[in-house]
Design a protein around this ligand. Structure first.
Ligand code: AHR
Length: 493
């Protein structure tokens, strides 16, 4: 069977919030230290301590929003340890991630500087697990109060007179787990209490994000919505693709087709999770005022052999690229509720965009998907329906093709297609209703020969997008031949 996509090019289904292309960077392994921060005295080229190559690369994917400092680290982080002269900052142990020394050289000022350099909005995650209400309240005052106040004066002494603009603030992280092992009823009460003191100073309006559920913990969502919906702007959800569960993740470089299949299946599961959590949210918030904030997602494999198990360093292959493409297509489908998503994590940790080794840096297949898909940021999602063939392994089936389309501010249409099938190409007929003559088409595709194809420091461009002309046009119809295991973006107009 041929796969069939119908796009009603005049029917908008609402805006795709650019924050769906957000990121997450934690004090974990080599994400912050080495990945972003090398210090001013490093031989690696940097600007005020932040490495130039990584910033340059990331600017090209238009990171809209960056979540920091964790993750589990956030619930052990005391922000006051990370401001003031660096040489005086407290050295602590990063107990959650590898037991290594955290010298606090990267703190609030450095994070805000990084966001400025990237052109990203900051998303700060506060400490509910081991912090106090006062500490959280004073952090917000430190960052956003304009004028005379104890925290604003301290910020001034530390070299920053103007307050920063801060919109996104998370009240805790994974409070069902590393953030305090709480029951939802208990966290809901704490959320209500802590958020009271997350103040709006002057014109700075905070978008408050409550710590949400793990995977399919629907009771968590139910309780949080029931008890605290009126006090939140967003509710988070965390879901990772671990092929065989948390305790048996497998290697990022495993090339077996079984591993490929289960990974695609788990990536597609995101759709069911969003639908079911959304249904609960709809009960309490039918107008969809509250955003679903998927502030941790991505693949989580075993660490690369010989690396610190607490550093979560994994390679990244064409399989990860497909996982990224599928997630974006799903997020777009639910863009009426999903207002932000943050891939875990930007550099050197889990499904990273960029890997570094000393002064070397490579871009991953996932990076390329973010780069190709950036055309969808803030674009109008177009009405699309799809009938797809199946990709079968043993006695299980998955859809072989996934698609999404949007129209940008200049009226150009961007169609993104993923072929999940690692062995067979897929033919897709695309009916572009509302366009009589399809012209001015350009495409790019990311594909590979091997299921575990990836980039290395010796072969950094093994997987990268190339121009794509595997389509034919007839009137309003496009017939696309997608290579096996491919992510393609086609622009029309
Ligand atoms: O991203 C790695 C960890 O995964 C985060 O610290 C935590 O929130 C989640 O369990």
């Amino acid at each position: 069977m041929t796969n069939k996509v119908i796009i009603n090019t005049d029917v908008s289904k609402g805006k795709i919030n650019k924050n769906i292309y957000g990121h997450f960077a934690e004090h974990l392994g080599r994400c912050i230290y080495e990945g972003f921060w090398v210090g001013e005295d490093s031989h690696i080229e940097n600007t005020n301590g932040i490495r130039n190559d990584v910033v340059e690369a990331l600017k090209n994917i238009n990171i809209p929003v960056l979540r920091w400092p964790g993750g589990c680290f956030a619930d052990e982080y005391h922000w006051k340890d990370g401001v003031g002269p660096r040489e005086d900052r407290k050295r602590m142990v990063n107990t959650h991630w590898g037991g290594v020394v955290e010298n606090n050289h990267f703190g609030t000022h450095e994070f805000m500087m990084l966001c400025d350099m990237l052109g990203a909005e900051p998303y700060i995650c506060g400490n509910v697990g081991s912090g106090t209400v006062q500490e959280m309240s004073e952090w917000v005052e430190y960052m956003t109060f304009d004028g005379e106040s104890p925290m604003a004066n301290w910020r001034n002494e530390n070299g920053r007179k103007e307050p920063w603009s801060l919109t996104y603030f998370g009240v805790g992280n994974e409070n069902w787990g590393c953030g305090g092992n709480m029951r939802p009823e208990f966290y809901a009460d704490l959320y209500r209490q802590f958020q009271t003191y997350v103040r709006n100073y002057g014109d700075n309006k905070i978008y408050k994000i409550a710590g949400g559920a793990n995977v399919d913990d629907y009771r968590w969502t139910e309780v949080l919505m029931r008890e605290a919906a009126h006090l939140m702007d967003g509710l988070s959800l965390h879901y990772y693709v671990h092929p065989h569960g948390f305790w048996n993740k497998g290697s990022a470089l495993d090339a077996r087709e079984e591993e490929w299949f289960i990974t695609m299946k788990k990536a597609l599961h995101m759709d069911e999770l969003i639908s079911k959590h959304s249904t609960i949210m709809d009960k309490y918030d039918p107008d969809k005022r509250i955003g679903m904030i998927i502030d941790e997602w991505g693949t989580w494999f075993d660490v690369e052999p010989g690396t610190n198990p607490g550093f979560l360093y994994q390679q990244n292959t064409i399989r990860d690229a497909l996982v990224a493409g599928l997630h974006f297509n799903i997020f777009h489908e639910h863009s009426d509720r999903v207002q932000m998503a943050n891939i875990a994590q930007t550099v050197n940790v889990l499904q990273a965009m960029v890997l570094t080794e000393g002064e070397k840096m490579i871009l991953t297949p996932t990076y390329h998907v973010f780069e190709m898909y950036k055309v969808h940021q803030d674009a109008e999602k177009l009405d699309l329906s799809i009938e797809t063939d199946t990709y079968q392994l043993n006695d299980e089936n998955l859809p072989s093709v996934s698609a999404t389309a949007s129209k940008d501010a200049d009226g150009r249409i961007h169609l993104s297609l993923c072929n999940l099938n690692p062995s067979e190409e897929s033919k897709v007929t695309v009916e572009l209703r509302g366009i009589s003559n399809v012209e001015n088409i350009a495409g790019r595709v990311l594909t590979a020969e091997e299921r575990n194809a990836h980039n290395t420091f010796d072969n950094p461009e093994n997987v990268k997008p190339v121009a794509f002309d595997g389509y034919e046009v007839e009137g309003e119809q496009l017939t696309v031949t997608l290579p096996n295991m491919a992510v393609a973006v086609i622009t029309i107009g």
